[in-house]
Ligand binder design. Structure first.
Ligand code: 15L
Length: 269
């Protein structure tokens, strides 16, 4: 039997990283994005669609064993945009899972759900109470709340991955703590797809960084075994930017520059 995994936002940065890393014998990846996706492999299907379009999502989820929900705005934006795309979109994904009988949803949450947690709380637990740093962070809190609801009420396995900074390489000294390598991202999502009967879970998505701010224990308990460490980039980044001053942004709080007053929303007119 073919296992079929729907990936929303599959044309985005993390979706593009994950495609080759989630390829397995007997698995088909169904790639949904509102942008066309070029060059699908023989084990990939493409669907042009938007995460806010519930009927399209229900059709895309048909016959799937899991949904990896990456689609949405990947940083701060207006309340109208964040609520319409990230919050409504995540609600639609869970509704589509329920309507199509998909037993597992993996939600790409973010460190910005707890961005205002001071780094002196490190290692921050995935059960740390919410402290979103932006409307974007609020959308991740809402997504985690929806995951909890759909797990408890409808029995859907719902795993929230609080991703740190998923890039090819760490590009600043904050990412020495928050980096998630592309290969470790693949390992994290694979663990979330295959761990038996997780129910509702929230885990951190970072590599095995020497300077990690987040507790990897609950993720490891689900089978996530990160292999990379941002520390090998430390000499070059510190030579360029200096030693991290842990008392000021972007190092004093989990969310880094997302906590800065520069991101204050304009007053309503
Ligand atoms: C995120 O959630 C963003 O999507 C990404 O662009 C980075 O800003 C990352 O967090 C981070 O905190 O480094």
């Amino acid at each position: 039997m073919t296992e079929r995994v729907l990936i929303t936002g599959a044309a985005g940065r993390i979706g593009t990283m994950l495609r080759p890393r989630l390829a397995r014998e007997g698995r088909t990846l169904r790639l949904l994005d509102r942008e066309p996706i070029g060059a699908p492999s023989a084990a990939e299907e493409t669907v042009l669609g938007d995460v806010t379009d519930l009927p399209a999502l229900i059709a895309a989820a048909d016959g799937c064993d899991a949904i990896v929900h990456l689609g949405g705005i990947a940083g701060e934006d207006t309340w109208d945009a964040i609520s319409a795309i990230n919050i409504q979109g995540t609600y639609s994904v869970f509704e589509a899972a329920r309507a199509a009988g998909v037993p597992r949803v993996i939600f790409a949450s973010s460190n910005h759900a707890v961005g205002f947690v001071p780094r002196t709380s490190a290692p921050v637990s995935p059960t740390e109470f919410f402290a979103p740093d932006t409307y974007y962070g609020v959308s991740k809190v809402a997504g985690e709340a929806l995951a909890s609801l759909y797990a408890d009420r409808y029995g859907i396995d719902a795993l929230c991955l609080r991703i740190g900074s998923c890039f090819d390489e760490p590009s600043n000294t904050r990412m020495l703590s928050t980096w998630l390598s592309p290969d470790d991202c693949g390992r994290l999502v694979e663990a979330a797809l295959t761990t038996p009967d997780p129910g509702f879970a929230v885990v951190w998505g970072i590599s095995a960084n020497t300077r990690a701010w987040f507790d990897l224990g609950p993720g490891r308990a689900l089978g996530f075994d990160p292999q990379d460490d941002a520390e090998k980039y430390a000499p070059d980044l510190i030579a360029r930017d200096g030693d991290p001053d842990l008392t000021v942004l972007p190092h004093s709080h989990v969310g880094g520059d997302f906590c800065s007053p520069a991101l204050d929303a304009p007053l309503p007119t």
